[in-house]
Design a binder for this molecule. Structure first.
Ligand code: GLU
Length: 306
């Protein structure tokens, strides 16, 4: 096992930079289409308190679906196993915004990371809290230890204007009785959580509780039980990269979550969390350079959960 993390990050950065220019930014959300695709950063936080970074690791970006892990943790921590009556735990094998399975499976989404499942989690949060947006902000600010974390209103508005598939998904679920609140209210929260802006350094830091049996290492607070943290990691392993999850398990071999803003966060239980960001995506909506960087990371460190 090679734990010379800074040297490894520098090597990965040098080896993968020539790939910049491949892939495409998420142009189905107009505000994301404007992002410079050549940006690239990586950051690591270890449970022993060390931090390492390379490239654009301090440039905030739209975390998009990585936010689904935060909202899942908030809801799962509050209501526990009841959550699984309204959302499943199986990979979908379909695109993140697919409508097909939802109709045949009676409005119960396959898992909390496809958009339909995330909308159910957000609906739970809207039911449970009087100010869900403030709750999300406080949670992510606490985990990242950055009080400046905020929503990018331009991205949220851009998603609202073009989120036709998300509107279709939530209305279909509402017709099956699987959404409790007003669909526009839930969509507003969902578009804002996707529009959270964090950099690689803060995002890796915010995920460290999942490498630490559910305990926030920065203040000792138990965010999830040990069992719940294992379950969130298991879900990230099998569903965190949608229809790229098999490929990610095969080439990287870590629990991870991607977002169409080009970020990917992964955790190595009991050791560290790592965040990679580069906005250009492959055809499954995964950061192209990010996926390669994480593959090189587990190869060069020799660390594996298998
Ligand atoms: N806001 C995006 C959407 O709803 C999230 C998708 C993603 O990051 O995978 O389409």
């Amino acid at each position: 096992m090679n734990t010379n993390y800074q040297q490894i990050l520098d090597e990965i950065y040098a080896e993968t930079r020539p790939m910049l220019g491949q892939g495409r930014v998420a142009d189905y959300i107009p505000a994301l289409a404007k992002v410079n695709p050549r940006q690239y950063g990586i950051a690591i936080h270890t449970l022993s308190g060390e931090a390492f970074q390379v490239g654009d690791a301090r440039v905030p970006f739209s975390i998009q679906s990585i936010s689904k892990v935060f909202v899942l943790a908030m809801v799962f921590g509050r209501i526990g196993e009841t959550l699984w009556t309204r959302v499943g735990r199986e990979p979908s094998g379909n695109a993140f915004n697919s409508l097909v399975q939802l109709e045949t499976e009676n409005g119960i989404p396959r898992n909390p990371f496809i958009n339909a499942g995330a909308l159910v989690c957000t609906d739970h949060l809207v039911s449970q809290t009087s100010d869900p947006l403030l709750n999300i902000l406080s949670f992510v600010r606490m985990l990242s230890n950055n009080p400046k974390v905020g929503f990018n209103e331009e991205v949220a508005e851009s998603e609202r204007q073009t989120g036709f598939r998300n509107a279709a998904l939530i209305n279909l679920m509402k017709s099956f009785g699987n959404i409790e609140n007003d669909v526009d209210e839930v969509l507003k929260v969902y578009f804002h959580q996707c529009a959270l802006m964090l950099d690689c350094h803060d995002l890796a830091r915010a995920f460290l509780f999942l490498a630490n049996r559910g305990i926030n290492p920065w203040n000792g607070e138990q965010i999830l039980t040990t069992s719940q943290a294992k379950r969130v990691n298991a879900l990230m392993q099998v569903c965190g990269l949608y229809d790229d999850s098999g490929e990610f398990a095969f080439t990287v071999g870590l629990p991870g979550k991607s977002g169409v803003g080009g970020g990917i966060v992964a955790v190595i239980p009991n050791l560290l969390s790592i965040c990679v960001w580069s906005p250009a995506l492959n055809s499954h909506g995964t950061s192209l350079v990010g996926m390669k960087a994480l593959e090189l990371f587990t190869t060069k460190t020799g660390i594996s959960i298998f």
